[in-house]
Each structure stands twice: as C-alpha cells, then as structure tokens.
Write a protein that binds this ligand. Structure first.
Ligand code: SAM
Length: 284
C-alpha cells in the first residue's frame, strides 16, 4: 500500500461457501491493507489461513460496532483497512453500516469490492423477475411480527428476498402458505455454492411438503424468494363502457369520466386509460 492509498476503507466480500469465489482483487486487498476488521476474528483467521494470507485482524461485530467506529475512524487517518464479515458482502445484514456512514461524514473514501452475496446469488438463479426486487433481510422471528410482515408483503409487485434460519423454516413456510396462499410461487435456495446446494421452485405448499418429507432437506443456510403478485387488470364492465360512450357524445371527455367515476366508483385514471386506448383504436 503506498501513501496515496492511506485512509481508505475497503468493503471486501468473502465466499458464502466455496473458497474459489474469492476474487483476485479481494485477495490482493486482504494481503496489502494495514489492518482487517472482522465480524468474527476466529472465523476470519481460519479464512486467512486457507488463503495463505498473514495480516492483523481486529474484532468488529454488531455488539461493539458503535464503540469501535470512532477508533477505526482515527486509525483510518494513517491506515488502510478492509472490512470483512463471516461470509458474503459486509454490511448486508452484517455489521458495518454505522462505520461506512461515519466514513462519508468524515470524508473518508470507501471502496466496495464486488463479490458473493447470498441474496443476489439466489436471485440470479431463481427464475423470478429480477429487475426490481424487495430485499427484506431476515424474516421476523416472533410469530405476530412475522405474520404482520407477511401481510405487508403479500401484495408486493416485485420479488421478495428473505433470509431464514433452518430452525424456523417450517413455521415460516406454514405462515407463508396461510397468509400468501398455498399456490404462491416461491424459490427455496439453500447451501448455495456448497455440497448440498439446492434451488427449488414451487408453490409454498409444494416446498413445505417437500421439506417435511425429509428433515435433512431443512438443514443449512437458507435464502427464500417469493414471486411478485401480478397486478390485476382493471376490468371495465360493458355497461360502464356503453354509458361512457354515450356520455362522450354529449359531454366533454373530462366531464363524462368525472360522472362515470362518481356513479360507478371507478378510478378516473382507469377510465382515462380505457378512453384514450379506445380513441387510438378507433383512429386506426
Ligand atoms: N452478508 C451476507 C451476504 O452478503 O450474503 C449475509 C449475512 S446474513 C447474517 C446470513 C444469512 O444469509 C444466512 O442466515 C442465510 O439466510 C443467508 N445465506 C448465507 N449463506 C448462504 C448460502 N450459502 N446459501 C443460502 N443462503 C445463505
């Protein structure tokens, strides 16, 4: 590391199972920074051993994040530091948010290194729509909070990505089946990049039954994805259409739509969309 690089915080993702997923750039940074700050020093020590890297590691976990942040900010005045978590991308449901936020406030450069992340890796293989998605992190543990959470996401029109523990997966799938419906499509992605990797697509009840058949299937690290809810097309009845067409002969489009909207309790926007489409169709 030369002086030009002093005062940089690197966010360095590590493999979520397969050691070969560490990038050359990540390796190089872990070798050359002055210091590595890690969620679990023992865990990172093992990782560095496997990667044949020698470097200083200090502890940075969610219980000491607040205390450690100021200490690390002062270290960053003269040093370059890499932040790692146990697996995957730091900060994403892992410690580091407070530190990164403070770095920006203190004008300290933060450089993210792209790499493994369970949520994004699972999404890429899910076959669910992926241009927009809702990443919700860990699903709430408490029954009532979980049920309220599921009610909130029930009608989301984007893919929902969740982390869940193997100890609660059956309860969660039962709740998903009850609240989102047994036919709701989901993707169960477990042990990604590892020996027992399994990515299974099906309805919530199919996945639940499959998991219950063999408790071994429930083991391991799990990412769950829920298919988006399709937007229901607003159907305008033929009676409404006829009335609208009739009114438009005598009144302006605006007035006709206002009246129909009031009488039939239909959103003006939907009536505008229909009328404009109709005009364009008639012109052709
Ligand atoms: N920061 C990490 C990342 O970028 O993937 C996520 C950390 S979060 C504390 C850990 C959770 O991610 C696990 O409990 C599990 O739900 C999910 N996860 C981690 N590794 C996984 C894997 N190999 N396969 C499926 N899900 C995984």
């Amino acid at each position: 590391m030369n002086n030009k690089n002093i005062g940089i915080l690197y966010i360095v993702p590590t493999p979520i199972g397969n050691i070969q997923d560490i990038s050359d750039r990540a390796l190089n940074i872990l070798k050359t920074v002055h210091l590595i700050i890690a969620e679990n020093t023992k865990y990172t020590n093992n990782l560095l051993k496997i990667l044949k890297i020698k470097n200083t590691i200090i502890s940075f976990h969610k219980y000491n994040e607040n205390n450690q942040t100021q200490k690390i900010i002062s270290l960053l005045k003269t040093k370059t530091i890499a932040l790692v978590s146990n697996a995957g991308t730091p900060v994403i449901n892992d410690p580091g948010y407070e530190l990164v936020h403070t770095c920006h406030k203190e004008n300290i450069t933060v450089i993210p290194i792209p790499g493994p992340c369970a949520a994004i890796t699972a999404l890429s293989a899910s076959g669910l729509s992926s241009n927009t998605f809702y990443y919700a992190g860990f699903i709430p543990k408490k029954k009532n909070t979980r049920i309220n959470f599921l009610k909130k996401i029930k009608n989301k029109q984007t893919t929902v990505i969740l982390y869940e523990s193997c100890h609660r997966i059956i309860h969660t799938l039962n709740d998903i089946t009850n609240i989102l419906g047994s036919k709701r499509k989901i993707v169960f992605a477990k042990e990604i990049t590892k020996k027992w990797e399994k990515i299974k697509y099906g309805t919530s009840i199919q996945i639940l039954t499959w998991l219950q058949k063999d408790p071994c299937r429930q083991k391991g690290e799990i990412t769950l994805l829920i298919k988006h809810k399709k937007k229901k097309k607003k159907i305008i009845s033929s009676k409404i259409k006829k009335t609208l067409h009739l009114l438009i002969k005598y009144l302006s489009m605006k007035k006709s739509i206002e009246l129909i909207s009031k009488i039939f309790k239909i959103k003006k926007n939907d009536l505008y969309k229909y009328t404009i489409n109709q005009f364009q169709h008639d012109k052709k």
